[in-house]
Design a protein around this ligand. Structure first.
Ligand code: UDP
Length: 193
């Protein structure tokens, strides 16, 4: 897959549509995909944190979130054409799920925030197949893992903040029957309004 590299950190030079298209091909091939948003702040953090750099680089898609990455690409004649934000990517995935009746699972944020976010998402995408949800302060992670294993969501959004959510995804993804994992940071708070 095409990548551009900034200070050793990979970024995908792809638009929303290209990622959605590619992700569906991967789903058809039974392959899991992981999505992480990359901005200059994360690139700087990754300079001091080798584990974070690996975590970013091992993701399937590194979204060029943040104008800084777009500018850097323009300056070096790269191929990044637009900013691809985590929250807009999440919205594209929700639309995809709505169109194809994919099951979606939401994990993270405070209990009340998560409830409001789901309510708003449901009114935006009526009939969306919600496999389940769990706020981000649970003590019983094993029960959550089992619930995800039972409900088999196509898409799992994890909102625990970065890089906590990406570490969580890496730790658990091999035993979860999920096609698409996205770490979405504060996006549930945004949907909650
Ligand atoms: N969060 C959580 N569990 C935790 C820590 C954080 O569910 O143990 C949630 C928090 O409630 C918020 C989100 O993770 O909804 C973090 O959002 P933030 O904007 O800080 O993340 P960033 O986008 O900066 O990574």
């Amino acid at each position: 897959m095409k990548k551009e590299t900034y200070l050793g950190v990979n970024v995908s030079p792809l638009t929303y549509e290209e990622i959605i298209h590619d992700i569906q091909k991967r789903m058809n091939a039974q392959k899991q995909s992981t999505i992480i948003a990359v901005n200059p702040e994360k690139i700087m953090k990754a300079q001091r944190d080798e584990q974070l750099r690996k975590l970013i680089n091992e993701s399937t898609y590194q979204l060029p979130d943040g104008v800084g990455v777009l500018l850097a690409s323009r300056l070096k004649g790269g191929a990044i054409r637009e900013r691809v934000t985590g929250i807009d990517m999440m919205d594209h995935l929700l639309r995809l799920a709505h169109q194809h009746a994919y099951r979606v699972f939401f994990y993270g944020a405070k209990k009340e925030v998560l409830k409001r976010a789901i309510k708003n998402i449901q009114s935006r995408y009526p009939g969306l197949d919600i496999a389940g949800y769990q706020h981000g302060y649970t003590a019983n992670e094993q029960a959550l893992i089992e619930r995800i294993q039972t409900t088999r969501p196509h898409i799992l959004f994890v909102a625990l903040g970065s890089p906590k959510q990406e570490h969580w995804i890496r730790k658990h993804k091999d035993r979860l029957p999920v096609y698409i994992f996205q770490g979405v940071g504060g996006s549930f708070d945004v949907y909650a309004g």
